[in-house]
Structure formats: C-alpha cells, structure tokens
Design a protein around this ligand. Structure first.
Ligand code: G3D
Ligand code: MG
Length: 184
C-alpha cells in the first residue's frame, strides 16, 4: 500500500464516527434512526437485540448502534460502550411516569468510564404528542445542568415527523468533530 493510500485511509477513518443510541424502551430510538435514514417509520417493532446502521452524513460515515431499552436488556448496554464518540439519549416526552427512571438510567451511563469521552445529545422526542413535556422540562427532570463530565445538548424533536432531528445531529457532529477530527 502506498503512503498516499495509507494517508487517505487514515483520513477516512477519522471521518468515521460511532454513535450509540440509548434510552428506555418505547422512547422512539428505532423510529428516529429510520426517519434519519429516510425509511418508512410506520410499524416499528420493539428492538429485541440491536440494530446497527451505517449512514453517510456531511461527509461523515456514522456507525449508529440502536440497542433495545427494555429493562431486561439494559444490562447489555455496556457491551456497546467501547469507542463511542457520541451518545444519543432518547426520551419519550409523553412518558411522565418513567421520567425519574429515565433520569436514573442516564446518570448511570454518565458514570461509565468507557463513555467518558463521548458527547451527549438528548432528544426530547415525541414533541408532536399533545401533552408532551417541553425540552425545558425534560432538561430539568434529567438534571442536565448539573452535568460537568460531558459536553451535552438537549433538542426537542419528533422522530415521527422528523422535526428537529437534523439540528440535534448536526450539533453532535460539530461537537465531536471539534474534538476528534483535525481541520482539513
Ligand atoms: P424504541 O426503539 O425506543 O423502543 P420505537 O421505540 O422506535 O420502537 O417507537 C416506539 C413507539 O413510539 C412506536 O409506536 C413509534 O411509532 C412511536 N414513536 C416514536 N417516535 C415518535 C414520535 O416522535 N412521535 C410519536 N407520536 N410517536 C413516536 P407503536 O405504536 O408502533 O408502538
Ligand atoms: Mg427499538
């Protein structure tokens, strides 16, 4: 392999990011990923294991892991932490009853050493639902303002309609890129 090829491969590798999409079951993780990928979002079945999708966006190759969020599966989340650049935490903004559980699970993740370098994007999903809590209320319930260990951002969105998905993902990529990708 010539030097130029090696350099090109190294640069390609730098543009390859690993995103981990987590949240409680039914938050809308799989729908969000499908919508972002331009797929039909009707009839999404619960994720029993994980989905991995490789997407191209803004010249980045995104390896996105969508792991099932049922309580029986949460202990397996740790198998997916390694080399994660960005953690996307998806919240069902209509699910007031499980908001404390949601906050608890997120706090646990942020203590994980192997996620220490990851940027956190919180999607306050299902904003299209009547009665959905606004992103500001989710921010408070999840005590995001107390996070000092990670760069974070919260974005209200609807995976169903696609509203506000891109601004969230773009913020995430910008933040990661400023850390891991040298300028061209
Ligand atoms: P998960 O992968 O986090 O477990 P899914 O969640 O993507 O499987 O979605 C769970 C349910 O929430 C699905 O409904 C899905 O259509 C719905 N959903 C996901 N995102 C949104 C959203 O932005 N708005 C609304 N209104 N619903 C959403 P079903 O009925 O198929 O179980
Ligand atoms: Mg799913």
């Amino acid at each position: 392999m010539g030097l130029l090829t090696i350099l090109k491969k190294m640069r390609e590798k730098e543009r390859e990011l690993r995103l981990l999409v987590l949240g409680l079951d039914n938050a809308g993780k799989t729908t969000l990923l499908k919508r972002f990928n331009g797929e039909d979002v009707t009839g999404t079945a619960p994720t029993l294991g994980f989905n991995i999708k490789t997407l191209e966006h803004r010249g980045f190759k995104l390896n996105v892991w969508d792991v099932g969020g049922q309580s029986s599966l949460r202990s397996y989340w740790r198998n997916y932490f390694e080399s994660t650049d960005g953690l996307v935490w998806v919240v069902d903004s209509g699910d007031r009853q499980r908001l404390q559980l949601c906050a608890h699970e997120l706090r646990g993740l942020l203590r994980e050493e192997r996620l220490a370098g990851a940027t956190l994007l919180v999607f306050a999903n299902k904003q299209d639902l009547p009665g959905a809590l606004p992103a500001s209320a989710i921010r408070e319930a999840l005590e995001l303002d107390s996070i000092r260990s990670h760069h974070w951002c919260i974005q209200g969105c609807s995976a169903f309609t696609g509203h506000n998905l891109l601004p969230g993902i773009d913020w995430l990529l910008d933040d990661i890129a400023s850390r891991v990708c040298p300028p061209d």
